[in-house]
Design a protein around this ligand. Structure first.
Ligand SMILES: [Zn+2]
Ligand SMILES: [Zn+2]
Length: 216
């Protein structure tokens, strides 16, 4: 069986289900490949999915593989989009390739590194992993928005996701760039950071866009 096509079918089924569809016709529409119905027949024979009439649904092992693939794909998107600041189109292309190479433990490291993001850059939910529930109870994420840092703590800036790209230059001119260490002096009534010897006041909105890794 063509494994790449099989994975594409599983991922497509997952996103169709998010939209409330379990239609075989939608699967055929979503993938431009004349081997699709043949591969679906084989997937049904090996217990990944089940079909009846125009309905196509997961069986347990198909669902768990689809969940893993979707999780890896959407986390890879977040990584390229947020950390490497790759454009949306290339993000999609690269994520499709990389998802096949991420092992489960690397996937959880990427998830932790990104602070267990709930959605991909397109706003679709990222299926939760083991790391995400551990985080709630035991671990803090490596990278968190500046606004979540406690007052008095220091953080090294890992990345900045500006809603307005002209803001990056302005922040850079104040020494707020990836790699700088900042100390959070206060959160209210406004955010005050110390960069080197200088104290700077920034908007709460900006404090949400700066991601730091705590420095102890
Ligand atoms: Zn996405
Ligand atoms: Zn996680």
């Amino acid at each position: 069986m063509d494994n790449k096509l099989k994975d594409e079918i599983l991922e497509l089924l997952w996103s169709l289900r998010e939209k409330g569809s379990k239609s075989y016709a939608d699967v055929l529409k979503g993938l431009d490949d004349d081997r699709v119905s043949d591969v679906i027949r084989k997937m049904e024979a090996s217990g990944f999915i089940t079909t009846s009439g125009d309905d196509i649904e997961f069986k347990e092992k198909g669902e768990s593989r689809a969940r893993d693939l979707t999780r890896r794909h959407r986390l890879a998107e977040r990584l390229f989009h947020d950390v490497f600041e790759v454009g949306m189109y290339e993000t999609e292309e690269t994520a499709c390739e990389i998802e096949h190479f991420l092992s489960p433990s690397v996937t959880d490291s990427v998830c932790s590194f990104l602070g267990h993001p709930p959605t991909c850059p397109h706003g679709k939910p990222i299926p939760r992993g083991k790391c995400c529930s551990k985080y709630r109870s035991e671990y803090k994420p490596l990278v968190m928005p500046l606004k979540e840092l406690e007052v008095g703590s220091k953080g090294r800036i890992v990345f900045i996701i500006p809603s307005d790209s002209s803001r990056l230059e302005r922040l850079a001119s104040m020494g707020i760039v990836a790699g700088s260490v900042i100390k959070l002096k206060q959160k209210k009534p406004s955010f005050v950071l110390q960069v080197d010897e200088t104290a700077l006041a920034v908007d709460a909105m900006i404090a949400e866009e700066i991601y730091v890794r705590k420095v102890t």
